[in-house]
Design a protein around this ligand. Structure first.
Ligand code: NAP
Length: 491
């Protein structure tokens, strides 16, 4: 085995496609879930959709002329990835329902030894971690969470056996997941209580069905879809200007957000309740046309008091009032600044990645971490985006990884590890740049870790990332071993 890939989402599938294209066939993709798609397999909540246009949120080399909407729905995106797996014949490489328990660097073998929960073992010189930045659900530390007697689940682990019809439902959180769920379940439920801690900025979503003519055109004249993708890319890329260059441009987004509130809600008290009080962009800007009208419905109640505890029968807020509910849905997000469980990645000299990252996540170009030779992380630290498609970032990362593999092979460099000085200088500069952005303007968000460091987002235009990753530079890496290790080499 030359390469072990962990995760069969957008990143892992892309890695498989590109490895095959490079003639590397001895790789395996280990996936903990029962199907492929990563986040688009796991998140099945009602209303789940992408807030980046699908013609852009897809592989550049695999356009889909048949997207039904501008913003693809979860089943459609999951099916797209499944089709990619079929088209590139990746199924023989994928092991589903295979959770990796530990991946450990073996100094003597110059290889990663990867053990799964089922007891299988894979040894490969190269490890690709495509586990996603938003795959570990975050549960807030609210007393009594386990005391609730009714059904209660996280948005990313939707329990489809629970019928919400006629139920009193509590939704906790008002992030990207919640604002899609609330409008979608409101018809069914008897009463919906939305527990809001911080009202988000929600602007209109320019969604529409893709017409039959457009689909026909994209099929007959693929260049038109390429052009559309290109236009979408530059339109979204322009948003980085507001986030990183002129944070004052957030005023435009705020104007749109306020307009969205006014058109959706008539009652002044409710308008006030949902009015954000931080600069737009500091937290992810959300897109929805039906969120505010749903909040205005009689059966929907926005509760903006702190949650004090959960009882067997409901949610108690800071004013000592208990709201009795039948179901609780936790839309409380993901451990974005703590994406890796302890003991999963163990590098040189037994160094655990969580230990290495104790002071905060960091990597060179989001992919390479010192002490962890031949490990490449996809969607790693500071490669997330607040303004454009992460698939673009993934494609840049894979191109870099493929160049690294080619360098390893041609230069007879079986082990490559990022130099600590290069990694440190890179991250110091990154943090300097992030200091002046809208994300550092004072709100609490999943972009920031507990020390207030932004360890998740790329601080600029994606074009810059593309440029910086276009070529692998071995001079930035050390090669502690010359010659071949025991692990099977990249073929
Ligand atoms: P999120 O944006 O992190 O939102 C979590 C929500 O839970 C926030 O409103 C947060 O309030 C609230 N919360 C956390 N702890 C709480 C507590 N103790 N009491 C009350 N409220 C609490 O999570 P998410 O909605 O799952 O989205 C995460 C990310 O996933 C998104 O930003 C996006 O990148 C991605 N996503 C994308 C889409 C899409 O493409 N449309 C959809 C879903 C998710 P505070 O704001 O006060 O912290």
């Amino acid at each position: 085995m030359a390469v072990v890939i962990i995760g069969a989402g957008f990143g892992g599938i892309l890695a498989g496609i590109k490895l095959k294209a490079a003639g590397i066939d001895n790789f395996v993709i280990l996936e903990k879930d029962d199907g492929v798609g990563g986040t688009w397999w796991a998140n099945t909540y009602p209303g789940c959709a992408c807030d980046v246009q699908s013609h852009l949120y897809s592989y550049s080399f695999e356009p889909n002329p048949d997207w039904t909407h501008m913003f693809g729905r979860q089943p459609e995106i999951r099916d797209y990835l499944r089709r990619c797996v079929d088209r590139y014949d990746l199924t023989p490489h994928i092991r589903l329902a295979t959770t990796v328990r530990r991946a450990e660097w073996q100094e003597g073998e110059s290889a990663w030894r990867v053990r799964t929960e089922g007891g299988e073992e894979y040894v490969a010189p190269v490890l690709l971690a495509a586990i996603g930045g938003l795959s570990r659900p975050a549960w807030p530390d609210i007393p009594g969470r386990d005391r609730f007697a009714g059904p209660s689940f996280h948005s990313a682990q939707w329990d489809h056996s629970v019928d919400l019809a006629g139920k009193r439902v509590a939704v906790i959180g008002t992030g990207a997941s919640a604002i899609q769920i609330v409008p979608d379940i409101a018809d069914d439920v008897d009463q919906l209580y939305l527990f809001q801690r911080t009202p988000p900025w929600v602007i209109p979503r320019p969604d529409r069905r893709v017409s039959r003519f457009e689909k026909w055109l994209y099929r007959k004249l693929p260049v038109t879809q390429k052009l559309w993708r290109w236009l979408l890319y530059w339109r979204l890329e322009g948003r980085a200007t507001a986030f990183v260059v002129f944070p004052r441009m957030a005023a435009i987004v705020q104007w749109l957000g306020r307009w969205n509130i006014r058109r959706g809600i008539k009652e002044p008290a409710l308008r006030l309740k949902v009015m954000p009080e931080f600069p737009a962009g500091c937290k992810r800007v959300l897109l929805s046309d039906d969120y505010y009208p749903t909040l205005a419905r009689d059966k929907v109640h926005v509760v903006n008091r702190r949650i004090r505890e959960i009882t067997a029968t409901g949610v108690v807020t800071s004013d000592d009032v208990e709201t009795p509910v039948d179901v609780i849905i936790w839309c409380t997000g993901f451990k974005a600044t703590d994406p890796v469980p302890e003991g999963l990645f163990v590098g040189r000299q037994g160094l655990d990645l969580t230990q290495r990252w104790r002071g905060g996540l960091e990597a060179y170009l989001g992919m390479s971490v010192s002490g962890f030779p031949n490990l490449f992380i996809l969607n790693g630290p500071n490669t997330g985006l607040g303004h454009n498609s992460v698939v673009f970032m993934l494609e840049a990362q894979i191109r870099y990884v493929m160049d690294a593999l080619a360098t390893m092979k041609s230069g007879d460099l079986p082990v490559l590890e990022i130099r600590r000085d290069v990694e440190s200088a890179y991250n110091a500069r990154l943090q300097e740049r992030l200091a002046g952005t809208v994300w550092a303007s004072g709100c609490r968000s999943w972009y920031l870790d507990e020390n207030g460091r932004n360890t998740t987002l790329w601080p600029g235009y994606t074009v810059e990332y593309w440029w910086r990753t276009r070529r692998f530079d071995p001079a930035r890496y050390t090669c502690p071993v010359i010659g071949h290790g025991a692990g099977e080499q990249i073929s």
